[in-house]
Design a binder for this molecule. Structure first.
Ligand SMILES: Nc1ncnc2c1ncn2[C@@H]1O[C@H](COP(=O)(O)OP(=O)(O)OP(=O)(O)O)[C@@H](O)[C@H]1O
Ligand SMILES: [Mg+2]
Length: 308
């Protein structure tokens, strides 16, 4: 990160703080003949300028859009576990991952983000880090490009890849205002070089830049046992939240998945889509496996939960 860029960031933060206090700031944040790079190339973030698109969320895949119900309750429970984890160590950026395809990573990411957004004034950022098979935008009914791929490839600037919900036009959907504090960076179109894009460390700079502007950053990812992108993405995150699917994820897959993130802080597992749940509903958060709240419970009990 160049000193000029850091100066721009600092000046922007100071300008924003001054604006909030009602103090007038003369002129632009930073100017002068000694700029090293063209201003357009700087990731100079202005949340108010984020493009608005009329999202058309898929209600069936977003139970948290309802006012009440099992989905709302279970994601509220997951949310409160996430809040608790923040007391244990700083936590803002969470990578959501799993070992295999279709375990519910995108489902959990989108619903957790929506739940966080709808129940606080926090600024929530959703990043689709699954550059190979992006689907996060589909759940929100949002355009997929330009997105992370274009940014990492250097063909789009940061402000152009962020979007928010504009006016929701779908009858029966929750009002757009319910997610006005939710920002999406879709995956974009990357072709077949996603590994190179996520490994080039620009993603870490991107998250570091955006951290100053958001309270929570959730990153969706591809299955870690299939491709290593998620491990690269995890370097940009404070922690990893893993998903296993009830009745589908074998215990050894869950074990190998956690082992893949041995260099990261693993918050725990979401046991998703349980058909015969021990409590009402289908989405559970268990820290039963290696997380900070893990007990020394028996392997049998752990197995039965992973296979529930
Ligand atoms: N708890 C659930 N209840 C109902 N449907 C679910 C649930 N979890 C996931 N699904 C559905 O299962 C399918 C796969 O989920 P999702 O796309 O979230 O998985 P994924 O882990 O992101 O897959 P991939 O690895 O391919 O990205 C989707 O159609 C999703 O809507
Ligand atoms: Mg997915």
């Amino acid at each position: 990160m160049s000193r000029i860029y850091e100066a721009l960031q600092r000046a922007d933060l100071e300008r924003r703080a001054a604006q909030e206090l009602g103090v007038e700031q003369p002129g632009e944040p930073v100017s002068g003949p000694d700029l090293e790079e063209p201003l357009a190339a700087k990731p100079f973030v202005v949340l108010e300028n984020i493009a608005q698109h009329p999202w058309r969320p898929k209600i069936a895949s977003l139970p948290t859009l309802a006012d009440r119900g099992a989905g709302v309750e279970q994601f509220r429970s997951l949310r409160s576990r996430i809040y608790q984890a923040r007391y244990e160590a700083p936590l803002k950026t969470i990578l959501i991952s799993s070992g295999m395809p279709s375990e519910g990573k995108t489902f959990v990411t989108a619903n957790l983000a929506m739940n966080l957004a709808r129940n606080s004034m926090n600024n929530i950022l959703l990043i689709d880090g699954d550059l190979r098979r992006p689907t996060l935008h589909n759940l929100l009914g949002a355009p997929n490009a330009p997105g992370l791929s274009e940014y990492l490839a250097g063909t789009a600037d940061l402000n152009s890849i962020m979007q928010r919900d504009g006016v929701s036009k779908t009858a029966g959907t929750a009002p757009a205002a319910s997610a006005s504090n939710l920002t999406l960076i879709p995956a974009g179109n990357c072709g077949d070089n996603s590994s190179e894009l996520v490994a080039n460390r620009r993603i870490e700079d991107l998250v570091a830049t955006l951290s100053a502007h958001f309270d929570w950053i959730l990153i969706d990812s591809p299955p870690v046992l299939a491709v290593t992108d998620a491990v690269d993405l995890a370097r940009a995150a404070d922690a990893v939240l893993l998903v296993v699917r009830g009745g589908r994820t074998p215990f050894d897959v869950a074990q190998r998945t956690q082992a893949s993130f041995s260099n990261s802080r693993v918050l725990g597992f979401v046991l998703n889509d349980v058909k015969d749940p021990p409590r009402t509903g289908s989405y559970y958060y268990y820290n039963y496996y290696g997380g900070p709240e893990a007990s020394a419970g028996s392997k049998d009990r752990k197995e039965s939960r992973a296979k529930a």
